[in-house]
Design a protein around this ligand. Structure first.
Ligand code: HEC
Length: 452
């Protein structure tokens, strides 16, 4: 009985399938594409002023797509694997990923807590003990030190186990308690309401250390999986660079990579400049080793960001950039990353930092030469200080070009060891633009390498 029902159902199905008429419909698919028709880009008036840099920028970079294709791609995604097309860095290698960076929290290069700028720090997750009732406290940062916690030893910062560093002291008087710790995060639900959700918990013996802001959770062999999966879930840290300053609390909000309408508060711009709002931004200057953007490049980027509507949720990079309205068009040269004039502070230092800092900076600068730091620091490493490659010469000898080894490295003089600077990682060799080299020359030779 059942079997015959099945057979007749199959028969009905195959009948249904065969019922369309193969002679008339074959080859045509009744399908109307429903693609969204993009809003026509708003018409903007072209810049009619006379500033040569604005006119040139408008010509090279009429739209945001041009900024991506001609500037971002050239500077940030040149070499596969080195730049912005892998997970540690914000992916900037297609127009779509570049657009996705608008309004997105600034990406933090993993593995180096110092590389995080306070203003990039998000609001952290919160922690509370479940049993002794107390309010939730924001997590600054955590560290899982691998290994089994030793028995009955008062832990320090390096003891194997889970270390949690909190914004406020926990209201617990004992030094050691058995308790369940709960991790809480805010989620925004469909209705736009903020919901606090406890997303993980861990029951163990806890130590309350230091000023009661350092919690230590013991991890024994059998608990290791639990803790590792807790850490793998991801705990949002409110003070990721561990300097005691909680970024999201200072400015009320995280700084996005590209902050629509606010170029001065865009982390991308901050990383090109090395500072933001007068504060130094940790981490290597971008671009790492390619030529830094020139005045016209910077103008296009700043005007693009300034013109993005902060209220929008989607942005169209194919719209024209409004150089006419853009406030930076009034004085583009102020955007120069390489400074102006021929002085140390105004020109030579910014030149060295923006062209060379990618390689000559950080924890292990090339050839031991660190060109990043404050004006005084960098000056004292160069002037009347011997070169590593040719200790008979100083890096900078005031008044003398052929006794200044750094200058000889810039001209590619026959006497130097190694390459002419700056090295171009793509094709091995590069040279500073003449005007830049000339400024350094004037500073050493004419101004006697003065420190102003
Ligand atoms: C792509 C990486 C890279 C860039 C960019 C770069 N350098 Fe270098 N630099 C190196 C390396 C690698 C060495 C050592 C090998 C060599 O000299 O060829 C070096 C060596 C040097 C030395 C020798 C240091 C000493 O004490 O003898 C000087 C001076 C120098 N660079 C100056 C500069 C200046 C100035 C710039 C920018 C205009 C610059 N470099 C840009 C990678 C770079």
């Amino acid at each position: 009985m059942k079997r015959s029902l099945l057979v007749s159902t199959l028969a009905a199905l195959s009948l249904a399938c065969g019922s369309s008429n193969p002679t008339t419909d074959e080859g045509t698919i009744p399908f109307e594409p429903k693609r969204p028709t993009p809003d026509a880009p708003a018409q903007v008036a072209a810049y009619t002023g006379s500033d040569a840099d604005v006119l040139a920028a408008q010509k090279t970079y009429p739209t945001g797509l041009d900024v991506h294709r001609k500037l971002v791609m050239r500077t940030c995604s040149g070499t596969n694997g080195v730049c912005h097309n892998q997970k540690e860095y914000p992916d900037l290698h297609t127009a779509a990923t570049f657009t996705a960076a608008i309004g997105a929290p600034c990406n933090v290069q993993s593995g180096s807590p110092e590389g995080v700028f306070d203003r990039c720090e998000r609001l952290g997750d919160r922690f509370r003990f479940t049993e002794p009732s107390f309010r939730e406290i924001e997590i600054g940062w955590f560290e899982l030190v691998m290994g089994e916690t030793p028995e009955n030893v008062r832990p320090d910062a390096a003891t194997p186990g889970l270390h949690l560093y909190l914004h406020d002291p926990v209201p617990v008087t004992q030094e050691r308690i058995g308790a369940t710790g709960t991790f809480i995060r805010n989620f925004v639900d469909d209705q736009g309401n903020v919901q606090a959700l406890s997303f993980a918990s861990y029951k163990t013996r806890w130590w309350i250390l230091d000023d009661r802001r350092h919690l230590f959770a013991e991890v024994s062999e059998y608990q290791r999986d639990t803790v590792e999966s807790l850490v793998a879930t991801g705990i949002v840290q409110g003070d990721q660079n561990r300097n005691g300053v909680f970024g999201a609390r200072i400015v009320g909000n995280t700084v996005p990579l590209i902050n629509p309408g606010r170029p001065e508060e865009s982390y991308l711009v901050a990383r090109l400049r090395g500072y933001m709002g007068g504060q130094p931004v940790p981490g290597t200057r971008m671009p790492l080793a390619n030529q830094p953007p020139n005045v016209q490049d910077m103008l296009a980027l700043m005007c693009l960001i300034q013109g993005l509507d902060p209220q929008a949720t989607q942005w169209n990079l194919s719209s024209a950039i409004d150089y006419n309205k853009c406030t930076y068009s009034a004085d583009p040269s102020a955007l120069s990353l390489a400074g102006t004039g021929d002085t140390w502070r105004g020109r030579v230092l910014p030149l060295l930092q923006s062209n060379c800092g990618g390689c000559h900076g950080g924890d292990s600068p090339q050839a031991g030469l660190n060109l990043l730091g404050t004006s005084d620091e960098v000056y004292s490493r160069l002037v009347l200080k011997p070169s590593l490659q040719n200790p008979a010469l100083n890096l900078i000898q005031p008044g003398s070009l052929d006794k200044s080894y750094l200058y000889l490295k810039l001209t590619g003089d026959g006497s130097i060891t190694g390459s002419r600077m700056p090295i171009n990682p793509l094709n091995g060799n590069a040279a500073l633009p003449d005007a830049d080299r000339q400024s350094i020359e004037n500073w050493i030779f004419v101004a006697g390498a003065a420190k102003n």
